[in-house]
Design a protein. Sequence first.
Length: 234
Amino acid sequence: MTTPGGPGGPWGYPQQSGPFGAPPQQPYPQQPHFPPQQPQYQQPPAHYGAPQPNYVAPQQSPAPGAPQESAAVQAYLAAVAHHMNMGGLQVSRNWVGPVLSLIGVGAVIKSSLNPIELAVCVGHAGEISPATVAGFTRQVDEFARSIRRPSAFAVKGGACAIAALISDRVHPASFGAVTNKAMSFGTVVVPAVIDLGNRQMMIAQNTPVMGFAMWSTVRGKAGMYLPDPRAVLG
């Protein structure tokens, strides 16, 4: 696939502290924290409804020096927030490591015998490189571990997460870094990259041996909460 080139580099975002907190229908509702979309971006089809927002965690604003959100980024985040609300996730805008992210938290299994939490983290980067993908995936793994709940057997249950990065600029080598790797015990994290400039998306498809039963479930959740950028932006 063809993506705009560009040198990979460090994230360069200021470190912030703070708590980490169905067919689609169109147009996507404008979320309260997103500025109005610009008219040059085509609105999605009118089969998208407008559920009420389900924000429960503190909302954080971009810090000075954070990458500017283009109209395409704003439109895509609004679409993801719509899908999160439709899926019943608790939605917030907060920091995952150094990346300001849209976060949706819910559960795959609610039973106290074996609770498994779900975190959908969609972060915006000024430019995505292989290092950006690897770093954000590790940060999301840490966040997923933090939301694990104790089970009835006095041990912590599991957690699965989606670590999706979006940008108008994606280095071509970044797509090669989108691969599933076993990380922390008890967590499964599927990375994804959404190239808004070229309207392309990649969700990791390989299945590691560790956590074998969960990878396909998490990939399915990624497909549910990450809409095709072509459907959002035209």
